[in-house]
Design a protein around this ligand. Structure first.
Ligand code: NAG
Ligand code: NAG
Ligand code: NAG
Ligand code: NAG
Ligand code: NAG
Ligand code: NAG
Length: 340
């Protein structure tokens, strides 16, 4: 998935935890306030085993998962991943006053709600809490994180409604709330991302969202949108349109019902999956202008008519499997049976 690619690149560039070998070399003196805040973090868990290198004998900029600014030696990143760390998200985190990057990933025994103290991390640009058993709502106080660019809360046990205040954040351009138990509609405010943030990538897939797609979403120049596997309804044609830069549109497995004949396809489209809905009409011949298309799936809908010919694809891909088109009302032509 492109979303994961962006995430991964960002991670590699901004958050490479120093290895044990680094700690002896140039990691510099850890700021004492930050060192005590890190020890508070560690000690808030009953079993500190996951922090073998977190020893005051060594400079904390060399501790596992800790990233410091090389000029100021302040801790700016914390990356705790893949451990059996047992407990809740420490409420002492704001004592790391300069924290910009926080990732808590693959911690199955991390439980409880996201504490309000997280809302005090005003320098946070990058927040990832993923693959944990953290529950409760996606908190509205996340909209206090005025520097936030990148928010990933996927693969948790979060429930409740999506906070409408998230798009007030001036730099937020990536939101991944996928694979939780979120309910309710996509807020109308998600049609009003600030331009300062750049084209947003939004992943709300694998939740229990319902209601019609707000018409305001037609205004948004998404870079990527995945809302698959929900119970959303209405007119998802708002995501399409010439001139947008969207490269991924995945709206499969919802209750969308709209006329596909009227849709126009952006040139950058790379992945398009509208399968398992109630979408009707024909496949517009203008789709052949989507020259970068590599994955297409319109199966399990109510489409009719001739599948366009004359594709100008840059990458000869395997999308011409008939499974991309099967189970529609009366689609015909290659790679299905010839039209009568
Ligand atoms: C480190 O801190 C200095 C001084 O505040 C700042 O100019 C620089 O951009 C910071 N570097 C990073 C990687 O945050
Ligand atoms: C985590 O804590 C709970 C309750 O405090 C305890 O029952 C469980 O055994 C702990 N798990 C581990 C892996 O330490
Ligand atoms: C949540 O906890 C359950 C039970 O311990 C575990 O099987 C599951 O993998 C955990 N979920 C995640 C995403 O870590
Ligand atoms: C979408 O964004 C691109 C690049 O920023 C811009 O060139 C284009 O005009 C925008 N399209 C719409 C419909 O806003
Ligand atoms: C789909 O293609 C496969 C392999 O070419 C073929 O065996 C199958 O009969 C086709 N199914 C339909 C419904 O056209
Ligand atoms: C299209 O989606 C259907 C339904 O989920 C799936 O069975 C099929 O394998 C998909 N085809 C392609 C080419 O992705």
């Amino acid at each position: 998935m492109p979303f994961q690619t962006v995430f991964f690149l960002l991670l590699l560039h901004s958050l490479s935890p120093p290895s044990a070998a680094d700690s002896s070399s140039s990691s510099g003196l850890c700021h004492p306030d930050d060192q005590s805040a890190l020890l508070q973090f560690k000690n808030s868990f009953s079993d500190p085993k996951p922090f073998p290198t977190w020893d005051p004998k060594f400079h904390c900029c060399g501790w596992y998962g800790v990233e410091c600014n090389e000029t100021t030696n302040h801790v700016i990143g914390l990356d705790i991943a893949t451990s059996d760390l047992n407990g809740t998200i420490p409420i002492t985190l704001p004592n790391l006053k300069h924290l910009q990057h926080l990732r808590l990933h693959k911690l199955p025994n991390l439980v409880g709600e996201i504490p309000p103290e997280i809302g005090q991390l005003h320098h946070l640009t990058y927040l990832v809490i993923s693959w944990t058993n953290v529950s409760g709502p996606v908190p509205h106080f996340l909209s206090n994180l005025i520097s936030l660019r990148y928010l990933v809360l996927s693969f948790n046990c979060l429930s409740g409604f999506i906070p409408p205040s998230l798009p007030t954040l001036p730099y937020l351009y990536a939101i991944d709330l996928s694979r939780n138990h979120l309910t309710g509609p996509i807020p109308e405010s998600f049609g009003h991302f600030p331009e300062s943030a750049g084209p947003p990538a939004l992943d709300l897939s694998h939740n229990m969202l319902s209601g019609d797609i707000p018409a305001s979403l037609a205004n948004v120049n998404f870079s990527e949108i995945d809302i698959s596997r929900n119970s959303l309804s209405g007119d998802a044609s708002v995501f399409f349109g010439l001139g947008k830069i969207t490269n991924t549109i995945i709206i499969s497995r919802n209750n969308f019902e709209f006329d596909f004949s009227k849709v126009t396809f952006m040139e950058d489209l790379d992945v398009l999956d509208i399968s398992h809905n109630k979408i009707y009409g024909t496949i517009p011949s203008q789709i052949i202008d989507a020259v970068y298309l590599q994955q297409l799936n319109v199966s399990y809908n109510r489409l009719c008519g001739k599948i366009p010919t004359g594709w100008k694809l840059r990458y000869r891909s395997e999308i011409w499997d008939n499974s991309s088109f099967l189970h529609n009302r009366c689609l015909c032509g290659f790679p299905l049976d010839p039209c009568q």
